[in-house]
Design a protein around this ligand. Structure first.
Ligand code: 5GP
Ligand code: MG
Length: 501
């Protein structure tokens, strides 16, 4: 582009861990009309999508050919004041919540992104693990990519075509082949709202109706909050354009649905509906499947709050063992930008969770969590429960062992840090200090969704990446079915339950 210095940089061979943590699981939102207060609707939409990103939040609006933007680090409740929203006039708006787990809080990476001419804004949930082609294209066209992350590169590529005189819609279609990776994205200019999704629809994206106008959200839970009605999901490979004519659809490439099943396991809000299935119900059925696969004789079922609550409810319903909130979560814990001391980091789980002694002491406990990543949470929770006198601790995890890193926009550590990439089930059990440990089977997990396996990406579990991960593929180590251990065995103390629902 004119005025830009041509800097040819080597394309990064690999993301460093901190670079990968820059664009994690995020939330996007967009609204077209019905009145001049689009920013306020977006604000409440982002509020409902806070779980998808707590590091920063941003809103862009358009009014009479001018785009406005406000973005800052922090939670939605902290990022916007009433005055900030007043300075965001217009009937079209997009918003974004960003998530990262590292201490890195560079405002530079906050979204929505506006192009230099301030003629459009763009927000992205997902990750491009293989941005070589995109970076090379930009470099060839005199764009310095040194400080751009994948989302910014996408915006620059769209801007390149806008600079060639294309409208936003055409520019996205032109740039789309450069986007190798995962994206549920929204974009806007002063006359339209656009939403588009990668060819596998790895991250969710839905369309809602608000009065006579349309809204777009990462998850359907946002529709209820703002009084919108769910219409349908944006299809894989599809672009929808919302403007004064209403809504139009363009299938940019042929799509094959491969939703990341981890959305059901951990990430999505339980009240959201993904591909027609209520997340809460799917999680309850995870619990029912676990009760069928691994019935334990116990006195109480306790979830690690909040994400494991529905699975524990399902296990309790199916087994008849009483459910109890034996762990209480401090609901006001969120990211602070004060670096924790080493001692506080060690006590991390204790800052979030307290045990309820009366629910635990002297009891045989079934402890349910949604997933084990590094194993740090569960190890500390088990210690906490032992300390208040649990007699036995049987751990149930409502997904299979996470053996492969995610490259599609969820933050997981490097493969070596995934405990299941190094240890078999029995070793993990011993490391955690549990009496028994059971991971829901692959088939049980899929069955619980009521959807065919073919519509999912299961890459965290099976290492099959439906969208190429480029050079990252070389870093992946194949893990045998169950290294070192062959069977998930019940200990003698954990007898099968006779009658199961
Ligand atoms: P671990 O302590 O084993 O590393 O992580 C497992 C715990 O983290 C579980 O309680 C699960 O609910 C939660 N978890 C799973 N995936 C994610 C994620 O992508 N981000 C965050 N913040 N937590 C996660
Ligand atoms: Mg958890």
């Amino acid at each position: 582009m004119a005025g830009r210095k041509k800097v040819l940089l080597p394309i990064p061979k690999n993301y460093s861990a901190s670079e990968r943590e820059l664009n994690e699981k995020c939330a996007v939102f967009g609204v077209y009309g019905p009145n001049d207060d689009a920013a306020r609707v977006t604000y409440y939409g982002l509020w409902a999508l806070q779980h998808r990103g707590q590091e920063s939040s941003g809103i862009a609006t358009a009014e009479k050919g001018r785009l406005h933007r406000h973005a800052a680090n922090g939670l939605v409740a902290h990022v916007y004041s009433t005055e900030d929203l007043v300075k965001l006039p217009g009937r079209i708006s997009i918003g974004h919540n960003r998530y990262a787990t590292s201490g890195d809080a560079r405002e530079l990476y906050n979204q929505p992104i506006m192009n230099t001419a301030k003629s459009f804004a763009f927000a992205h949930n997902g990750n491009l693990p293989d941005y070589g082609k995109l970076a090379a294209f930009l470099q060839k066209n005199d764009v310095d990519t040194a400080h751009l992350n994948d989302s910014h590169m996408m915006s620059e590529a769209i801007d390149y075509y806008v600079g060639k005189g294309q409208g936003l819609e055409e520019a996205i279609v032109s740039a789309y082949p450069l986007f190798e990776g995962v994206f549920s994205a929204v974009a806007m200019d002063d006359s339209k709202l656009i939403a588009f999704r990668d060819r596998c629809g790895i991250r969710p994206l839905s369309i809602g109706k608000l009065g006579d106008s349309y809204v777009i959200a990462s998850e359907t839970c946002a529709f209820y909050t703002i009084g919108a009605k769910f219409v349908r999901d944006v299809k894989p490979g599809e672009m929808v354009i919302i403007d004064e004519r209403g809504i139009t659809s363009r299938q940019i490439v042929k799509g094959t649905q491969k939703l990341d099943i981890f959305e059901f396991v951990y990430f999505a809000r339980p009240d959201s509906v993904l591909m027609g299935e209520r997340v809460n119900s799917v999680r309850e059925r995870f619990g029912v499947e676990m009760a069928k696969e691994f019935p334990v004789e116990a006195d109480v079922i306790i979830p690690v709050p909040d994400s494991a609550i529905p699975a524990a409810v399902g296990y309790a319903k199916a087994s008849g063992i009483p459910f109890d909130m034996g762990l209480i979560k401090n609901r006001y814990i969120h990211r602070t930008f004060i670096q924790p001391t080493a001692e506080m980091r060690r006590r991390d789980v204790r800052m979030k969770l307290n045990p309820v002694t009366e629910s635990i002491a002297g009891k045989r406990v079934v402890l349910v969590d949604d997933s084990i990543v590094r194993g740090t949470t569960m190890r500390q929770v088990i210690q906490m429960i032992r300390d208040v006198g649990a007699k036995e601790i049987h751990v149930l995890i409502s997904c299979p062992p996470v053996k492969y890193p995610d490259f599609y926009g969820i933050n997981t550590p490097d493969q070596a840090d995934l405990i299941a990439s190094r240890l078999g089930v029995n070793e993990i059990r011993d490391y955690l200090g549990a009496d028994s440990l059971y991971f829901l089977s692959h088939d049980g997990m899929v069955r619980a969704t009521n959807l065919p396996e073919s519509v999912f990406s299961l890459s965290c579990f099976d290492g099959v990446y439906p969208i190429p991960i480029g050079r990252q593929a070389k870093t992946i180590k194949r893990i045998p079915a169950n290294p070192h251990s062959t069977k998930q065995k019940r200990p003698a103390s954990a007898k099968p339950i006779k009658a199961l629902a």
